[in-house]
Design a protein around this ligand. Sequence first.
Ligand code: URA
Length: 208
Amino acid sequence: MPVIEVRHPLVRHKVGLLREKDISTKKFRELTNEIARLLAYESTADFPLEAIEIDCWSGPAQIEQIAGRKVTVVPILRAGIGMLDGVLDMVPNAKVSVVGLSRNHETLQPEHYFERFVGHLDERTALIVDPMLATAGSMIATVDLLKRRGCNDIRALVLVAAPEGIKALNAAHPDVRCWTAAIDSHLDENGYIIPGLGDAGDKIFGTK
Ligand code: URA
């Protein structure tokens, strides 16, 4: 079950607001980060804990802490940047790796133009962030890059996923789990998700 649609009411409410045709850049950005926080929360629910003893106001106390889990958040440029702060709010010690992929609007294939990975990827959980899982070309290419560098715990966080993208990601990387705020109907002939959000990058950055 590599794709998990997060059905929490807060997520469903917020993703509904994102679909408003005339939404402002400010509102789109805020909601994107709010949903990213909730997806980060869900996608880290299996992180192992360890017990440690601390000095509490009332004396020694046993508390739990996340057991040495190193995380890298991997925004796919450009739109993934819109989810980065939300994930870092939840995982503040995470390091950030950046991948630049743009979609060729004719072939719909990803074109790779930038990468900057943090070290020790073989010891890290990677949380890839990209708002739209459409054809999944960029997501698959990013997973390929991470695996080539030894990363073996790779998770994807997206706002909206198309069934076509889910199928392609599962076929290419069945070990990669993807948390999404919504699974939509289909892709149109231009590769946009229907009903979707439109161009998420333009909406986050205010370009058009
Ligand atoms: N990228 C977007 O921004 N929107 C889509 O619907 C598909 C890809």
